[in-house]
Design a protein around this ligand. Structure first.
Ligand code: 5GP
Length: 194
């Protein structure tokens, strides 16, 4: 997606060897017009796949997931990373090692919000080592629902998550795949679109 790649090149900042900071349009300040275009693109790619629900994980997956849900006309379920009195006790749970925080948390989805008739599309902002997606996949499988695929805004192709998830037989559609990036000279190279 050219618009996304332009944004990454103009506004993205490489931190060390592993992290891309895109807080000006995706993770901290959110550009709604741009997010709408992202949602439309996910909807175009997964139209006709029978998606009944989108599942994302708080918090940065919510914006692209909601716009995708708007255009696919399906509800969006957001997995919670923290326990709260707002959350019913009856939840599906999975441990997820957070890439950005470096610590494990239990992600939870209320059992009322997914069932075995569902066809689930995952949406997330980044795919790095695939921990978040693996946790969500295990929850959806426990619920007996069907996994349609995953729509990722930015995949870091030099990290292992994309291969690990595709090796599970899950379709992963990423709007931009970064082949390499360097903090030293600020370069970001994308993989060719297939
Ligand atoms: P994974 O679970 O695939 O290792 O990491 C994905 C999660 O970590 C995403 O939900 C995203 O929030 C966060 N993440 C991974 N890599 C990056 C990155 O380079 N930049 C930012 N801002 N978040 C990232």
């Amino acid at each position: 997606m050219d618009l996304l790649k332009e944004k990454i090149l103009c506004e993205g900042r490489v931190i060390g060897t592993e992290v891309l900071k895109v807080d000006s349009f995706l993770n901290h300040r959110i550009d709604p017009q741009f997010m709408q275009a992202i949602g439309k693109e996910f909807a175009r790619r997964f139209a006709g796949c029978g998606v009944t629900k989108i599942v994302t994980i708080e918090s940065s997956g919510i914006a692209p997931a909601v716009f995708a849900g708007l255009f696919l006309d399906v509800p969006v379920v957001c997995a919670k990373k923290t326990e709260s009195r707002n959350l019913d006790a009856d939840t599906y749970q999975a441990p997820v090692l957070s890439f950005t925080r470096g610590k494990e948390s239990i992600v939870r989805i209320n059992k009322r919000f997914i069932d075995s008739s569902d066809h689930i599309l995952f949406i997330d902002d980044f795919l790095a080592h695939g921990q978040a997606l693996q946790g969500l996949i295990s929850i959806v499988k426990e619920a007996g629902a069907t996994v349609v695929g995953a729509g990722i805004v930015i995949e870091k192709g030099f990290q292992a998550g994309g291969k690990a998830i595709r090796d599970l037989g899950v379709r992963v559609d990423s709007l931009a795949i970064i082949k390499s990036m360097s903090e030293k000279d600020g370069t970001i190279i994308f993989e060719e679109e297939v």
